[in-house]
Design a protein around this ligand. Structure first.
Ligand code: C2O
Length: 536
């Protein structure tokens, strides 16, 4: 294994999209940011230098950070932010991991423009479990705001109202040829007839689950969240913020240009965004002025198209890639996830109440000392360990909304012993927004053993859990008006954030953390903090 050295300079850069330009926060001046390449088991060192006026931290989304929680990145969870003029060396090893992940800023909404791909190749000489592609291309989906992102952010924080909807979605940084401003051409994917390509698709958008498709070409799905799946072929994939999907595309036409689209799935009515990002698949030798074969993106409420994709996901579960689903469970947890309204006399908007989000009616309050530091140095008063394992009132989705919509605030964590097994059912309360909550767990991958609509019924629904070849991932959609069940083993000591990856919901409080104690054996303890760990 090698050591991979990277330097991420966080700098402002004047960037123009949609026929106008503005200053944005970037890594190394790029939007999207640079791709981080490594191989399985490599040691990655990234020096992040903060040259902007904002506090910064970077998260390596999906990297397990075994015993190295100090490098995980979420501000005030595992580290204090890197202050202007300061730097921090993230140091982690990609133990047993390969595939596509993403890195992004993990403080406020900076990840709107501060994000990029992580490509982890298998160990040298180890093949993929599918035919070797001719070329591999990262495809980063995101958003663009014409107005100042900081202003958008501050407004949402102040009012508790939805942020201004983005003005465009982007594919590798560009809204594309079908956008209102056609002066900027968009991303082009050159292909040779007859060859097969691996697209490493990443959704780095703040608040939009997206459909992705290519006119006239099928997509063969081979991996999600850096974990191989049984290959299947499909026209349209759906991908939530924080998720990644690898697909094979065979250039099975002779020539031509084909439209690639990324379009929203299931917007909340309060944030209606219809913008479709486009790119072009371009066969070598096709004249640039020849017409493009188009495709119509799915309607944004095309739940069946989304379900067709989600229901097809299975882990490989072979001798080489066994699915190690925990079969005995130490902690059975039921979390309601959702939005509510809380009184807020000081709020300007919303008639003295504001939108909040919660898990089991706890609206998580960010601490001012990082939780991991408080845990490691035994600093009292930063968090409590009384995160409720069950909802405070029995939730009934089909009946009247739960009478207790009000939330309590707190910095509560749920405590696990090393190697404990967890079954977590997340029930959407679906009162306000008809959209999935893509919940991301730091520090672990988990198996998605079940999923359904309506109320979760422990007795009946658990009978149909897939404990053989469920898909394994790090971010899962809690279906709007339904539930999802996941299982994982707490084999990574530290403090691990779990939150909705729709940034606006995280801001409102849809987040919590698991605290995993050290084990007693060798290599079962959190490593000591690095000496340059930022101070609060
Ligand atoms: Cu990709 Cu906690 O985030």
């Amino acid at each position: 294994c090698r050591v991979r050295n990277y330097k991420f300079d966080v700098v402002m850069r004047n960037t123009s999209r949609l026929c106008s330009s503005k200053q944005i926060v970037t890594v190394n001046g790029k939007f999207p940011g640079p791709t981080l390449y490594a191989r399985e088991d490599d040691n990655v060192l990234v020096r992040v230098v903060n040259h902007v006026k904002y506090n910064v931290s970077i998260h390596w989304h999906g990297v397990r950070q075994l015993r190295t929680g100090w490098s995980d990145g979420p501000a005030f969870i595992t580290q204090c932010p890197i202050q202007p003029g300061q730097s921090y060396l993230y140091n982690f090893t990609l133990t047993g991991q390969r595939g596509t992940l993403l890195w992004h800023a993990h403080i406020l909404w900076l990840r709107a423009t501060v994000h990029g791909a992580i490509v982890i190749l298998p160990k040298r000489g180890v093949p993929y479990p599918f035919p070797k592609p001719h070329k591999e291309i990262p495809i980063v989906l995101a958003e663009w705001w014409k107005s100042d992102t900081e202003a958008v952010i501050n407004e949402a924080l102040k009012s508790g109202l939805a942020p201004n909807v983005s003005d465009a979605h982007t594919i590798n940084g560009h809204p594309g040829p079908a956008s209102n401003c056609s002066l900027q051409g968009g991303f082009t994917l050159p292909v040779d007839a007859g060859k097969t390509y691996l697209l490493r698709i990443i959704n780095a958008a703040l608040n939009e689950e997206l459909f992705f498709k290519i006119a006239g070409h099928k997509l063969t799905v081979v991996e999600v969240d850096a974990l191989y799946v049984k290959p299947f072929s499909i026209e349209t994939i759906v991908i939530a913020p924080g998720q990644t999907t690898n697909v094979l595309v065979t250039a099975d036409k002779n020539s031509g240009k084909y439209l690639v689209t990324a379009s929203p799935f299931m917007d909340a009515p309060i944030a209606v965004d219809n913008a479709t990002a486009t790119a072009t698949l371009h066969y070598t030798g096709t004249l640039s002025n020849s017409p493009t074969t188009i495709t119509i993106p799915p309607p944004k409420n095309a739940t069946q198209i989304a379900n067709k994709f989600t229901d097809s996901l299975r882990s490989i579960n072979s001798n080489t890639f066994p699915a190690k689903v925990p079969l005995t469970i130490d902690h059975k947890l039921l979390f309601t996830v959702g939005l509510g309204v809380n009184p807020c006399p000081s709020c300007k908007a919303g008639n003295g109440s504001r939108v909040v989000a919660s898990i089991n009616n706890v609206t998580f309050v960010m601490p001012t000392t990082a939780l991991l530091q408080a845990h490691y140095f035994n600093i009292k008063g930063v968090f409590t360990t009384d995160f409720p394992p069950n909802p405070p009132t029995i939730f009934n989705f089909t009946g009247s909304p739960p009478s207790n919509m009000a939330t309590m605030t707190g910095t509560k964590v749920y405590k696990l012993s090393y190697n404990d097994t967890v079954e977590l059912v997340m029930q959407d309360t679906g009162i306000i927004a008809p959209e999935n909550h893509p919940v991301h767990l730091h520090g672990f991958n988990f198996f998605v053993v079940g999923r359904g609509l309506g109320n979760y019924n422990a007795k009946n629904d658990s009978k149909s859990f897939n404990l053989v070849d469920p898909v394994e991932r790090n971010t899962v959609g809690v279906p709007a008006g339904g539930w999802v069940a996941i299982r994982f083993r707490a084999d990574n000591p530290g403090v691990w954030f779990m939150h909705c990856h729709l940034e606006v919901h995280t801001t409102w409080g849809l987040k919590m953390a698991f605290l995993v104690d050290n084990g007693k054996g060798p290599n079962q303890s959190l490593l000591p903090p690095p000496t340059d760990l930022p101070k609060c």
